[in-house]
Design a protein around this ligand. Sequence first.
Ligand SMILES: [Mg+2]
Length: 387
Amino acid sequence: MKIKKVELFHLEIPFNMSFGHSKAKRDKTDNFICKTTLKDETVGWGEGIPREYVTGETHDLFISGFNFYLNSLGNVSPESLEELVNVLKQQEVIGDSKFVGTSSKCCLELSLLDAYGKYFNKSISEIGKYLGFSDNNEINTTYSSVIGSGNIRGAIERIEMGRIVKIKDFKIKLGQKNDIRKLKKIYKKFEQEIASKEMRIRGDVNSGWDLEQAQKIMPLLAEYGLCYIEDPLKDNCQQDYKELTQNSAVPIMFDEPLRTVTEAEKFIKYNMCNGFDIRISKNGGLIDSLKIARLAKDNGIDCQVGCMVGETGILSAAGRHLIYCVEPIFAEGSYGNILLENDIIKEELTLTIGGKIGKLTESGLGITIKERQFNKYSNKVLERGIS
Ligand SMILES: [Mg+2]
């Protein structure tokens, strides 16, 4: 079955609240959505969220990257989902030292997987087995609550709200002047739950400290019960990670430095971190995310499946398929209508009691788009018919 048409849209959905960390503050989505229609009218949806400060992808670079991948993959005509996966596995990420085209690759790839998954009547969770994973039916991973940067009282209130609905994991955005005071207060308030492992706290600095600062702060983070710290060092201090990781009182998670499979190989080779935060859009789609997770598992690196701020149900669904393949130690995602004024999918995936992650079993990504809703928030940026 060949592709008939590929359309790309830019999507802006207002947030119910603004969400900030040390590098950005947002109050609406800035996402791209791909709609692929096959010759028999089967439709698949994909999503990519470029973040210039992570991958160097501006809107223009996203669109040129998307066109590049479309030229390379637009003529596929697979006879099975496995054949499509084999083609997608060969597709390398484009880029140079400043830019990597991961989110545009993700956007097109997800729409192809969704369309052909529906066409062959297979759930996307099944692709894990072509990349060294089994398709789990049950997992222990639950979703975390992510607490944006801001005042101490607000952070404690958000955690209390999370505890009421039995959330176990909390990630606190750090990299501000009040970090240590905030963590100390949180620790004092929830000391028993943290000590009994009923509750776990981790931090995300979004690349804020130099080596000396980090070495001073790490023992305090351990004292205040943090079980992981994400991206502690500034972007220009990456060479110092090996030293920091070797002697760190708290294990180190790589998020923003990790974009491609090649980078994952390098970080493993040089023992630069203890964990990888895999985010499907940041990491070039589901196939490369699975490749990175496989490398991590084979080399004793922990996996977290993260998400982008403002993901719609398309990326949330893709995240669930990845989580069911990988069973990571931490997961984030499915914030749906908690953050978005109105998500564009019909299924209810929004974070629920205990952060429980339900498996999606329908064919493709397992979601349906509310097209009227989608049209209200989206703008078409390109359309290509394929003959
Ligand atoms: Mg992060």
